[in-house]
Write a protein that binds this ligand. Sequence first.
Ligand code: ATR
Length: 270
Amino acid sequence: TDRYCVFGHPVEHSKSPLIHAEFAHQTGQSIEYSAIEAPLDGFVDAWRQFVADGGRGANVTLPFKQTAFEMCDTLSHRAKRAGAVNTLILGGNGRTYGDTTDGVGLVRDLAYHRLELAGKRILVLGAGGAVRGLLEPLLQKAPSEVVIANRTATKAQQLADDFADLGKVQGGGYEDIQGTFDLVINGTSASLAGDLPPLPEQLFNKGGWAYDMMYGSEPTVFLQWAGPRGAKLLDGLGMLVEQAAESFFLWRNVHPDTSMVRDTLRQSLN
Ligand code: ATR
């Protein structure tokens, strides 16, 4: 039995052990997956100890994604661009390889819901770590334009500059938002505080979608706002499942089917 875990602080409410147990069962892989709460200043030691105890790989969640990035011996291209690592893989040589599956997880979730991105106009709210991780996988789908809007406009402009080589992307403040969009993704942590960024009333194209990276037993404030304004709604539960599936693939070289665990998880929220 190969050992994996998720490191976080706090980590007790993590859904990852449930998801990976389901994936292992479904694919017949013999793995054990636990949750480990590392001390705030002790993530690197916790990983080294886990490896010493036979660990083969791990997920990394808040607040350790950046520390994990700095710790890795080798990084994937997408982890370098994201500046964050959510998946650790122990190499045969004992070196630690880091990757990030969060951004690709969101894009896979959109594909699961048959949302076509090519040629679409997309608005991304927020300019923190979550959005940085999303931009490369999003721009690879060839949208006509990605607009990034953030409370601190300069951060959005900087992000747009950093990714301008991958497609048409521009950044600014909420007051700079112009026109309507096929997809609006909320990547701010505002909804944690029950806040909503100041958004124009006319935001969605006909048939447009609202996506919140957060999820919960109730719709987020952003989705509650977007519903009556004509958008189709998705929360971040599917993203969670798809990033887990991609991590599982990196470790085991098998793609799990994500549909069953989606239902299990949704039920576990109520
Ligand atoms: P994460 O890793 O989740 O992206 P982060 O890097 O701290 O976290 O970024 C949080 C994002 O949420 C930022 O875009 C932040 O806006 P600022 O860059 O202006 O700080 C945004 N955010 C947090 N609270 C917010 C609020 N109450 N209203 C609007 N935006 C908010």
